[in-house]
Design a protein around this ligand. Structure first.
Ligand SMILES: NC(=O)c1ccc[n+]([C@@H]2O[C@H](COP(=O)([O-])OP(=O)(O)OC[C@H]3O[C@@H](n4cnc5c(N)ncnc54)[C@H](O)[C@@H]3O)[C@@H](O)[C@H]2O)c1
Length: 329
């Protein structure tokens, strides 16, 4: 029996999920909703699904087992609560919102419901990232250096800080999440952001064009993330993790190099992270096994907490502690 899926929001990420889900035998996209009827119709045609007239109509537990919430973060409203109330399993795209208290409230409700849930941190599913996580278990990291340059989004909403949260909250959240996945919880953050280029080139935008974020982990490592959405001649991401007796280097999320006294090895994943992620979610729903999901909603909220705290740190010009209750569940 296939898992029947509804999709809320029919933009670029929804189309990626539709393509991934079409390759999963146990999954069937049956319904799509978007405030833009044309976008909904195109996505529904690709999926062989029907167009729902409203989120209310789509979130019908007689017709769907699970929902993929793919509307931008400013438009999440109470979609998660509606799904939970109707007993519908939920996959929610990252970032999980723009207000930590709201996301925490949703996380509590989802945890209490016992429904299968996932946040869209797809990079966790690469076999190379999983291998790096296994390698780092029990090893002491003292320094983390990460960067991501040159990603942006065509949507008008993305360029407004109040709608996307900016490049760190929306995009570099993947690298922050990978750092948490590999190195454990983040305890403190201090950030600087600027708009030196965008003030000239896109004065109507309100996001930052560059960020320099420093942090400490709960285990005592320190690190930095530098990022810019404006970098036409140099794009990509890297994460370097340094220990006294090893070095781990992750390039563009899926190529890893591990160096220590016995090993000097580089591996590139040939997996499609979106497919692996959607497959894990569908199998988790089918078998009632939340542990197949690499990032639960509640886990994703902790990544959100760090990125929102970075934004707050820059405004308030102070270090923010994440252990002071911000991400307590
Ligand atoms: N996991 C990833 O790697 C990844 C990649 C891209 C985007 N995303 C996330 O997915 C979300 C959507 O991004 P996107 O690239 O698809 O954006 P998009 O602009 O391409 O599409 C957004 C769609 O949502 C619709 N929409 C807006 N408000 C709505 C509402 N209230 N109800 C229903 N539909 C609504 C729009 O009409 C549009 O069709 C964002 O949160 C983004 O951060 C994740």
């Amino acid at each position: 029996m296939s898992i029947k899926i509804g999709i809320l929001g029919a933009g670029s990420i929804a189309r990626s999920h539709i393509r991934a889900l079409s390759k999963i035998e146990e999954a069937e996209v049956v319904s799509v909703y978007d405030i833009n009827g044309e976008a909904a119709a195109l996505a529904a045609a690709e999926a062989g699904a029907t167009v729902a007239e409203s989120p209310n109509q789509l979130l019908n537990n007689q017709q769907i087992d699970a929902v993929f919430i793919c509307v931008p973060q400013f438009a999440r409203g109470d979609l998660e609560e509606m799904a939970v109330q109707r007993g519908i399993h939920l996959f929610v795209e990252k970032p999980l919102g723009l207000d930590l208290d709201i996301a925490l409230g949703k996380a509590r409700l989802i945890e209490q419901s016992g429904l299968i849930n996932a946040a869209g941190y797809c990079l966790r599913y690469y076999d190379t990232v999983q291998e790096t996580r296994r390698y780092l278990q029990g090893r002491r990291i003292h320094l983390i250096q990460a960067h991501r340059f040159g990603t942006s989004h065509p949507g008008k909403w993305w360029w407004q800080l109040k709608q996307s949260g900016g490049h760190l909250v929306d995009a570099v959240t993947h690298q922050v999440d990978m750092i948490r996945f590999l190195a454990g919880e983040l305890a403190e953050v201090h950030a600087h952001f600027g708009r030196a280029s965008l003030t000239e080139t896109a004065p109507e935008s309100t996001i930052y064009d560059a960020g320099a974020i420093s942090f400490a982990t709960a285990s005592g490592a320190v690190g930095s993330v530098t990022e810019s959405c404006v970098s036409p001649y140099h794009r990509g991401s890297e994460i370097k993790l340094f220990g006294a007796d090893f070095f781990v280097h992750i390039v563009n999320n899926k190529t890893i190099t591990i160096i220590d006294a016995e090993r000097n090895e580089t591996l590139t994943s040939d997996q499609n992270a979106m497919y692996m992620q959607d497959l894990a979610f569908v199998q988790a729903v089918k078998n009632g096994r939340q542990e197949l999901v690499c990032s639960s909603y509640a886990d994703g909220v902790r990544t959100l907490a760090f990125t929102l705290a970075a934004n707050q740190s820059a405004v308030e010009k102070r270090t923010i502690s994440l252990q002071a209750g911000e991400v307590q569940m």
